[in-house]
Each structure stands twice: as C-alpha cells, then as structure tokens.
Ligand binder design. Structure first.
Ligand code: GLN
Length: 551
C-alpha cells in the first residue's frame, strides 16, 4: 500500500492540543493494524529546541538517536509505543540551514533561491522522507503554530502542493476552538468559520474538523459548521475537555475519526480497532481510589510542561500501581533547611528534577539531605542524580565544598565534572551527550531488580558526569555506583542499598515510559512510595485504636 499522509493544522488559538489529537489518531490507526509515525514541523528559526529555555516551549524531549526535540514527540511515543528520531521533528531553521548549505555548494546551478519553490521543495522533501522508508502506512504531520502566522506560511504552502500531488493518499485535519461565552450562555462557531476561510484562502480545504470545546456542541451546530466549511457533517468532530489526555483516543473513536480517515484514504475498515489494553489502562486510571503523593523538586515548576515526560511517567507508574497520582510541584528556590520539613513532610516519594545552572540548586541539596535522613523514597534524574552525589559528598563524606564544576569551576572537590569529550566544545546547540547509550547494571542491585535485566539502553542529555576519582570513597561510605557505560566506564546509576528507595540516574528514564509500556524504574519508585505510605498509615492506626478503646 502506498504511504498515506495526514496533515494536522490548527487555527483560532494555540495550545489546542494538536499533538494529542495527532497522537490519538496514530494510536487508533495502529490499533487497526496500520504502521504509523507522527512528525512535527515547527515554524521557529531555532535549529532544534535544545537551546530553548523550558519557559518558552516546555520540556526538551530527546529521541533515541540523540535529537533534542519538541515535547509533542513525547506524546507521540507515549500514545503509540513507536520510537521517533531526528526525522520526526523539523524546524524552519533546519530547512533554511539545508537550503543555504545547498546554495553554498552550488547545487542550485545559478538560480535565484526563493521561498517558493526552494524552501517549499525542501519542506516537501523532508515531509516525505519517513514515508519513503517503506516502514509506514500512515505518516501524520503536525504543523506547529496557528493558521495566519507569518512563520507557518511556507509549511502551509507545502501542504497545499502535497495535497494536490498526493490526491486521495492525503488529507487534512484542521483543529479549531469553539469558545463558550458565559455571559451569553452560547457556544460560538464564528472563529472556526474564519479559521477555515483563512486555510481555504491558502488553497487548503480541510477534510475533517476537530473542534476543541469545553461544552457539548449540539448536532445542529456541527451541521452548520459543516455547511459553512465544505466539510461532510460526520467529519465535524468535537474534542471536549477530558479528565485525562489518555481518554482522547477513545472519544475520537466514539465519533469514528479513525474510520473516517481510513475510508477517505481508501482503506477498508474490516473490524473495530484493538483498543483492549488501552481501555484497561484508562479503566485502571479511573478506578484507583487511593492516592500516592509525589513531590517534584525543580526550578521550572510554574510551567508544568517543563517536566512533561516525568509527570506522565509518574502517572503511568501510579496507574499500574492502582493509585491516583497527586503530584506536588515544589520550587527548589523556595526550599531551605529551615522549611524543608514543612515543604516535604507528608510526601510518599520525592523526585529531584533535571536541569542546568546554579539557580535553585541549594534547595535541591536541602531536599536531598532531608529525604536521605528521613529515608523517603527518592529518585534523582540527571542533574538530580548529580545533586545526590554532591549532597552525599558534603554531608556524609565530609567534603563541605564538594560541587559540580558546572556550579563552581574551582571547587576543591569536583565530584561532578565536565566530561572529557566536552572540554573542547564551545557551541551550545546539539553538543551535549545525547541519545541512547548502553548501561550495564550490577547484578543484585535495586535497579537491576526493577528492570529484571542487567543490560539496558537509556537516553541522555548532559555535559557533566560523576567523577570516577571519587568512586571508591563513595562506595566505601555506602553510595554504590550500580550502573555504568560498558564502553567508557561512565557512572550512570547510583543507589544507597540500605534505603527504602534511593536511586539516581544520569540518564532520563522518563523519555521512554509509555502507556502500554510503563518504565520499570518509575514503577519500582512508585511502588516504594506506596509501600512507604502504607507503613506510615500502619504507624498511625494503633494510636487511634488505643484512643477509641479508652473512650
Ligand atoms: N546540567 C547537567 C549537565 O549538563 C545536567 C543536565 C540535565 O539534568 N539534563 O550535566
């Protein structure tokens, strides 16, 4: 079968959840037995989001092949279990870079290089790359930004040309917003009509409209939209706010989004999609009655998208432990030795977040000291792991000035130091240790037990590393290096065996947790948090029982 291309555009406002709709459609098509991948085209000039502050676009996601990518790729993987690569996320910057490189090489043979056709040809060539591998029946392309943005124009022009060239092997889904005016008690369709008009002016006729809404859109209103927008009435689908993003594929299936896409692209719908495991997950998500409370200590807590993969990995693990997740974001800049008891007391487990730079770092040390001394299940990820090492050096090894050379280049005890291969690097973009590397785990360690194996591969994004000169000192004092890269000897995992759960990973396990394949370390961490919660309950129950007996 020829590869089919689905384009997903957005209008009216940003943040409508194009990524979730694209991922939900992919999830459904996969459940129909189709081979699917999703790619995101971002209209900004940065080559990739690796140099962006998380306040700009949220978390930077990392693919197995070491690409720093938009966080929507995380949703794509979590919903489909299909790994993404560098080819799944392209920006305007990358397109221009490649066109300019070709111009310098003389590839354009003296022609004037222009947005149309040279930039648009480069966009089209990239959009078709994954389809040409023969590995996919459907390639879903999400166009970032909103119709009407200057930056999106070359992408939309490329979509227009591709729709024309591909005919029935392609279609366009346009996502818009139907606002509810509380004062008038009315849903309003005008912004959708305008947005579709704008798309039509660019020569793109959407085949399917997905309407984001907070209230149910009556059938009659959907028919009106269909009529105004030249879309079949059954192809006007509402996407009403759900309690969980993981319900969205089910709500889309209720309205036959999957069948409409298959039918319109000439694929016969033989049976219902196999959503059994997904349904089971969503049922478990809703039926959990008890809660596990996890604190996430980081410095970007005002923007929850900054830790998207961690919060989703925790949610997956909570569901598989039959618990509701209560995730408390704790600002590391507001955390001190004198208030840590009040800020972290009551938590069942604590995550120390990844990050860069000095801001908020001392709060992470305060949290770690308190968690270690109170034996709270604690999970340090990347910078969080490095902080575990520094805190231990300061308070257990008796090296009060221990630090990472990232925070203090002249520390006398550089327990975390710049990796050798990083020392000559000056460019910031795409130069960290990125992507999946092998890690060998010590047999009998807690992490090896959690994974059920001693050989794993996990994704990285860092420049600094555990300084092996201090390894013996740490191990003698009780912090064990239980995971290392077999080729380089770089320490990847530390743990304190006697604790309830005290693990730090130099890598980012959160990137590879998916709905149908939750990450073993998150499962194990949340299980330890649940166990600790129950221990705490048992300690309080006898006291209360005594009181009732006395009364
Ligand atoms: N800043 C640290 C480093 O570069 C940790 C990076 C991270 O947490 N992703 O090594």
């Amino acid at each position: 079968m020829e590869t089919k291309y689905i384009f997903v555009t957005g209008g009216v406002v940003s943040s409508l959840g194009k990524g979730i709709i694209s991922a939900s459609l992919a999830c459904l098509l996969k459940a129909h037995g189709q081979r699917v991948t999703i790619q995101k085209y971002d209209p900004y000039i940065n080559i990739d989001p690796g140099t962006l502050n998380p306040y700009e676009h949220g978390e930077c996601y990392v693919t197995v092949d070491g690409h720093e990518a938009d966080l929507d790729l995380g949703h794509y993987e979590r919903f489909t279990n299909v790994r993404t690569t560098r080819a799944n996320n392209v920006t305007t910057g990358r397109i221009y870079q490649s066109v300019i490189d070709k111009e310098r090489r003389g590839d354009y043979l003296g022609k004037t290089v222009q947005i149309v056709p040279h930039i648009t040809d480069e966009i089209k060539r990239n959009i078709m790359l994954l389809g040409k591998t023969g590995d996919y029946d459907y390639v879903i392309t999400e166009i970032g930004g909103t119709v009407g943005d200057i930056e999106s124009l070359p992408f939309l022009e490329s979509v227009r040309q591709l729709r024309w060239e591909l005919g029935d092997n392609s279609l366009c889904i346009h996502l818009t917003y139907v606002p509810y005016l509380h004062a008038a008690k009315e849903l309003k369709t005008k912004p959708t009509q305008h947005s579709v008009k704008q798309l039509q002016e660019l020569g793109i006729q959407p085949d399917i409209l997905v309407l984001r809404t907070e209230k149910d859109i009556p059938q009659q209103m959907r028919r009106k939209i269909a009529q105004f927008c030249n879309v079949a009435p059954d192809a006007v689908i509402q996407s009403i706010d759900c309690a969980s993003i993981y319900e969205v594929p089910l709500r889309m299936h209720d309205q036959h989004l999957d069948e409409i896409v298959l039918r319109k692209t000439g694929v016969e719908v033989k049976s219902a999609p196999d959503m059994g495991a997904w349904l089971h997950f969503v049922d478990r998500l809703h039926s959990a009655s008890e809660t596990v409370t996890i604190g996430l200590v980081g410095k970007y807590v005002e923007l929850q998208d900054a830790y998207k993969s961690i919060s989703e990995a925790l949610l997956h693990a909570a569901v598989y432990n039959d618990r509701k997740l209560d995730l408390c974001y704790i600002h590391s800049e507001k955390l001190y030795d004198h208030n840590v008891d009040e800020m972290l007391g009551g938590l069942d487990g604590v995550i120390i977040a990844p990050g860069f730079g000095q801001r908020g770092i001392e709060g992470k040390f305060a949290a770690l000291k308190w968690c270690r001394e109170h034996d709270i299940p604690t999970f340090g990820i990347c910078l969080g792991m490095q902080c575990m090492v520094i805190e231990y050096a300061r308070n257990v090894l008796g090296l009060p000035e221990a630090n990472s050379t990232e925070m203090n280049p002249s520390t006398p005890h550089n327990v975390i130091d710049l990796m050798e291969e990083q020392k000559s690097i000056h460019n910031m973009g795409g130069t960290m240790r990125l992507g999946a590397y092998d890690c060998r785990l010590q047999p009998g360690s807690r992490v090896a037990g959690a994974y059920g194996t001693t050989d794993v591969k996990e994704r990285h994004r860092h420049r600094f590393e555990f300084n092996n000169d201090y390894r013996r000192l740490f191990e003698q004092a009780g912090m064990k290096c239980v995971g290392e890269n077999p080729a380089t000897g770089l320490v990847e995992v530390v743990e304190i065996p006697g604790k309830r759960w005290w693990v730090g990973t130099q890598y980012h396990p959160e990137y590879s947790s998916t709905v149908l394949s939750p990450h073993p370390l998150f499962l194990s961490f949340v299980a330890a948090a649940v166990k600790y919660h129950e221990e705490k309950l048992l300690q309080t129950i006898p006291a209360e029982t005594d009181q009732t007996t006395i009364e």
